[in-house]
Write a protein that binds this ligand. Structure first.
Ligand code: PEP
Length: 248
């Protein structure tokens, strides 16, 4: 059976005390949802003050692909692991667009993360322009082929795929159930085609993009939506706990 996953991307938000406060409001509450894997992606400078507990894991929002050396400001996978991370987020559209991260760079980050036994939430998704041209399925297919599908069966099982249409991120305009299910079932088909049905059925595919307490129930009811990667709504403890309750 596939894991249900609820992940929180805090991005570059929250001062230290606010982050510690939010965490302390979530850690015990999330223990009530043992059947869900919850992953928090706080700003990296706070991670060593937080703890992995039960079904609550910590992840880093970004890594560099080199192991160590003269890369001012960057963080290696092994360093993230050494402060308690079990996950890394790779391929977020903000990294792709604002920091010009290419499919090739993302592939190197994927390899580096897995070499250090970090699990990956790999984000993919199309712009509005691509969707308007009805090229969204082939666009996402290329993203996955270019950065993820070189992995072995054993390696891909350490990945969760997040479908995050760029037009839905932070816009208040979520994908409809039909749009989400169309893409999630296509991704599952691609996993079966590149690996096997058995592998495809084991990999969680989560949705991201303005997911909140008003639309989560409909999205989570889609057969191929196994959870969510949440930005804005993850900064409010009540919303995030309610999302966990909806996913349960
Ligand atoms: C995200 O940035 O991954 C995200 C899903 O953000 P939001 O929920 O705010 O759209």
């Amino acid at each position: 059976m596939r894991k249900k996953v609820l992940a929180a991307n805090w991005k570059m938000n929250l001062l230290r005390n606010e982050a510690l406060d939010l965490y302390s409001n979530l850690d015990l509450a999330l223990l009530n949802f043992q059947e869900i894997e919850t992953v928090l992606f706080p700003p990296s400078i706070y991670i060593s003050e937080l703890q992995t507990k039960g079904n609550l894991s910590l992840g880093i929002q970004n890594i560099y692909f080199e192991n160590k050396g003269a890369y001012t400001g960057e963080i290696a996978a092994a360093q993230a692991k050494s402060i308690g991370c079990t996950y890394v987020l790779i391929g977020h559209s903000e990294r792709r667009e604002l920091f010009l991260e290419s499919d090739d760079l993302l592939k190197k980050k994927v390899n580096s993360a897995l070499a250090e036994n970090l699990k990956i939430i790999f984000s993919c998704g199309e712009s509005l322009e691509v969707r308007t041209k009805k090229d969204h399925l082939s666009f996402v297919k290329k993203q996955l082929e270019n950065s993820l599908f070189h992995l072995s069966e054993k390696e891909i099982l350490n990945c969760i795929i997040a479908y995050e249409p760029i037009w839905a991120i932070g816009s208040g305009l979520n994908a409809s159930e039909q749009q989400a299910e169309e893409m999630h079932s296509e991704i599952r088909y691609l996993l079966a085609e590149n690996y096997s049905n058995k592998i495809s059925e084991q990999i969680s595919i989560i949705y991201g993009g303005s997911c909140n307490t008003s639309n989560a129930a409909q999205l989570f009811a889609c057969p191929n939506v196994d959870g969510a990667l949440v930005g804005g709504a993850s900064l409010d403890k009540f919303s995030f706990i309610e999302l966990a309750a909806r996913l349960k």
